[in-house]
Design a protein around this ligand. Structure first.
Ligand code: HNI
Length: 147
């Protein structure tokens, strides 16, 4: 089981408290779809993803970016039990959506870049280390039902 220090808990909660999901959600999802275009195949039913401008302007993508951050919030609120918290979400991505689990890490990287550009110098190496640990646990929990 993952152990969290008090400092780590504070850092994660502090980062989340400053996030505007309507801003970072769409930006993170757009980033993965542009940088790793094969991920677009999972969102074909969202309509026009023809180029970066269309992706950015797509309201379904924007909305889903917020959904992803609400999903991350579930992990923040259950930091001692992320694996079980994500059991159903993992099953959904595996059995119904058939999302290749390698993509979870790619989205985690895009989220980190978006957050770094928001926080700028406040995203210290210490905060990044804690953030990386948090997203690693999220990625691992989301990948759990694949095996
Ligand atoms: Ni993901 C649906 C959370 C990564 C493709 N995803 C969801 C939902 C949540 C969620 C929450 C809504 C579930 C529901 O309706 O019950 N996804 C997350 C999180 C991550 C993640 C927290 C990683 C940080 N998802 C990914 C990745 C892909 C992905 C990397 C594909 C590249 N997810 C989807 C698709 C759906 C989805 C597709 C369904 C969308 C829809 O509405 O049709």
């Amino acid at each position: 089981m993952v152990e969290w220090t008090q400092e780590e808990r504070v850092i994660i909660k502090e980062i989340f408290s400053k996030l505007n999901y309507e801003d970072v959600g769409p930006k993170s999802l757009c980033r993965i779809l542009v940088v790793y275009p094969w991920t677009q195949r999972y969102f074909a039913h969202f309509g026009n993803l023809y180029n970066p401008e269309m992706i950015l302007a797509n309201p379904k993508i924007a909305n889903h970016g917020v959904v992803v951050f609400r999903g991350l919030e579930m992990a923040v609120q259950n930091m001692d039990n992320i694996k079980n918290t994500y059991a159903n979400l993992s099953k959904l991505h595996s059995e119904k959506l058939h999302v290749d689990p390698d993509n979870f890490q790619l989205l985690a990287d895009c989220i980190t870049i978006v957050i770094a550009t928001k926080m700028r110098s406040a995203f210290t190496p210490e905060k990044q280390a804690t953030w990386y640990k948090f997203l690693s646990v999220v990625v691992s929990a989301l990948s759990k039902q694949y095996f």
